[in-house]
Design a protein around this ligand. Structure first.
Ligand code: CMP
Length: 139
């Protein structure tokens, strides 16, 4: 089925002027950008977004990194969008990512790993709603 997922192009990618390169890889993988905006997250926004990770040892660093520069938040649509996006992103740690994936080709480290993508349809809906009104999504 055609579904939606949520993506963030992270500060390491905006800093290196790679938003087009990342988006091109998403599109080539069969995903369609149906909403997109460039934002600089506040600390509160980043902490809320990553609330599920708040007990992790890297939480503080993760939040600091995500507010270190602008990001591009996107809604992606496609056949099995969550799985399709996870496949093109590659493993969280670029050292473990397959050839041809965004993280293998572009990411700098496990923290500066270029993209975020939802891990389930349920979380995709929550994450999309965190950043977008339905009226901003144009299929
Ligand atoms: P993301 O998909 O955005 O969700 C949580 C993020 O935490 C993850 O991508 C990584 O960038 C980051 N992360 C995961 N594990 C570590 C780690 N061991 N050290 C630093 N950051 C991490």
């Amino acid at each position: 089925a055609v579904t939606r997922t949520f993506s963030i192009i992270k500060p390491d990618a905006t800093r290196r002027n790679l938003t087009g390169a990342v988006t091109n890889m998403l599109e080539k993988a069969g995903l369609r950008v149906v909403a997109s905006k460039r934002i600089h997250m506040t600390k509160e926004q980043a902490e809320g977004f990553y609330a599920v990770h708040k007990e992790r040892p890297f939480f503080g660093e993760l939040v600091d990194f995500m507010i270190s520069g602008p990001v591009v938040v996107q809604v992606l649509e496609g056949e099995d969008a969550v799985a399709r996006n996870r496949k093109i992103m590659g493993a969280t740690n670029p050292a473990d990512a397959d050839q041809g994936t965004i993280r293998k080709e572009l990411a700098e480290s496990i923290e500066a790993n270029t993209v975020h993508g939802s891990d389930s349809d349920e979380n995709a809906a929550i994450e999309i709603a965190y950043f977008f009104d339905e009226s901003e999504i144009v299929g």
